[in-house]
Design a protein around this ligand. Structure first.
Ligand code: GLC
Length: 408
């Protein structure tokens, strides 16, 4: 099996921010608005007149990601509407340099470099604007490759390319060898990801692809038996129902759900790519910023367990939500659903099993909670470990707690 180091490095990034940003951000009805609301070209592309992100949009976004513990950001450099945030160097005029006099991808990349975040580029494969997509597919593919080549040559080293939309012409020959070959030529260590969409979660594809995707799905353990190449996995998730900014989308998941999504991804060695849809001026909706902020609080307490520790096959026998990750000789026990000790007049007392039982032969030296350093009681007999978890004391509820297990 081929094992490439940059794929292993990608897995250690653990948590990334997905950014859907483009003309649709001005309209505020989601990134599919043009198509699903049947907006004419004339009306839709006029949005460009009002697309003037604030000068520091990229820095602010990167700061939000950084504070939350993200190690990379994947930006929609061109989405299905065909508008590019980067300089297409004359390939067409539907790009940010022509409509707002700025290369927004350059601004993004520069902001990432300043704050030590790895930039990744989302790029659409399908195109609602480019006529050749419908009338001369071969010609369109050349245009697509030239576009991608610009992204690979004009912005320094990038983390990877994230394609989306192949599902729109599934039976057709997308000349994937040529597309991925062009990336490998200029960016040999870039991750190449091609979103398989909702219909084929976790499916492996072309040999050059480096990660499977679980769009809005629950990540699954990958079975790599007999696979020619080791690949990573990544789940992208959205806060509400739209990836691009939608003013009237109130259907938010809770921050606790988002923390659990991150935890679940890491359980299976998957990365979480959590989306925000900035408004047309590049600022975030308050709710998006707030959820990111809360996740950051969780990551700042438990970050040690988030990036490098990986699945190790240890099962917690009495609780299916709880699990163990491993890094070198250190193990991390993730404990979900610990209730809070509470007066019955203030809240409902819940029954709980304050034990996590699993097998571990290595001798344990000590166990501590990552969030406050307190010791955790445990018993280890003949390779069977019982960890005594405790309820939250009033004033704290951290959704998932992590106990660090150090061995001799
Ligand atoms: C879907 C949508 C697209 C979105 C993507 C994110 O493929 O077509 O709008 O960018 O999911 O994963």
């Amino acid at each position: 099996m081929i094992i490439r180091q940059y794929i292993k490095d990608f897995e250690n990034l653990g948590f990334g921010m997905f950014v859907h940003f483009g003309l649709y951000s001005v309209l505020g009805k989601g990134e599919w608005a043009k198509k699903l609301l049947a907006i004419s070209d004339e009306e839709y592309y006029k949005l460009a007149e009002d697309f003037h992100p604030e000068p520091d949009w990229a820095d602010r976004l990167v700061t939000t990601a950084k504070r939350a513990g993200c190690k990379y950001i994947t930006l929609t450099t061109r989405h299905h509407d065909g508008y590019s945030l980067y300089d297409t160097c004359g390939l067409n005029e539907l790009d940010a340099p022509h409509t707002c006099g700025r290369d927004l991808v350059r601004e993004f990349v520069d902001a990432c470099r300043r704050q030590d975040i790895i930039p990744f580029f989302y790029h659409t494969l399908l195109d609602w604007h480019e006529e050749s997509y419908r009338t001369d597919f071969r010609e369109y593919l050349k245009y697509l490759r030239k576009s991608v080549e610009l992204l690979c040559t004009n912005y320094g080293k990038i983390g990877g390319l994230w394609f989306d939309g192949m599902w729109d012409r599934l039976g057709d020959d997308w000349e994937e060898d040529a597309l991925y070959g062009c990336i490998r030529k200029h960016q040999p260590d870039a991750m190449i990801i091609n979103n398989t969409g909702l219909s084929a979660l976790g499916a492996l594809g072309h040999i050059e692809l480096d990660s499977v995707t679980f769009e809005r799905g629950k990540p699954q353990p990958l079975n790599m038996d007999g696979a020619p190449k080791y690949v990573a996995s990544e789940m992208c998730q959205v806060f509400a129902d739209h990836w691009g900014y939608a003013k009237e989308d109130l259907n938010y998941k809770s921050p606790a759900d988002m923390i659990r999504d991150l935890v679940l991804c890491r359980r299976y060695g998957s990365n979480l790519l959590m989306n925000v849809g900035p408004k047309g001026d590049g600022t975030l909706r308050e709710m998006d910023a707030a959820v990111y902020h809360l996740m950051g609080e969780w990551v700042s307490l438990n970050g040690e367990a988030v990036y490098e520790p990986h699945p190790c096959g240890i099962e917690v026998e009495n609780k299916k939500e709880d699990f163990v990750l491993k890094k070198d000789g250190t193990y991390y026990l993730f404990c979900d659903h610990l209730p809070m000790e509470i007066d019955p007049n203030v809240g409902r007392e819940e029954e709980a099993d304050y034990r996590d039982v699993f097998r571990l032969d290595q001798k344990i030296r000590k166990i501590t909670w990552l969030d406050n350093g307190e010791n955790v009681e445990f018993e280890q007999k003949n390779g069977r470990v019982t960890v005594k978890t405790v309820p939250y004391t009033y004033g704290r509820q951290l959704v998932v707690r992590v106990a660090k297990i150090e061995t001799e």
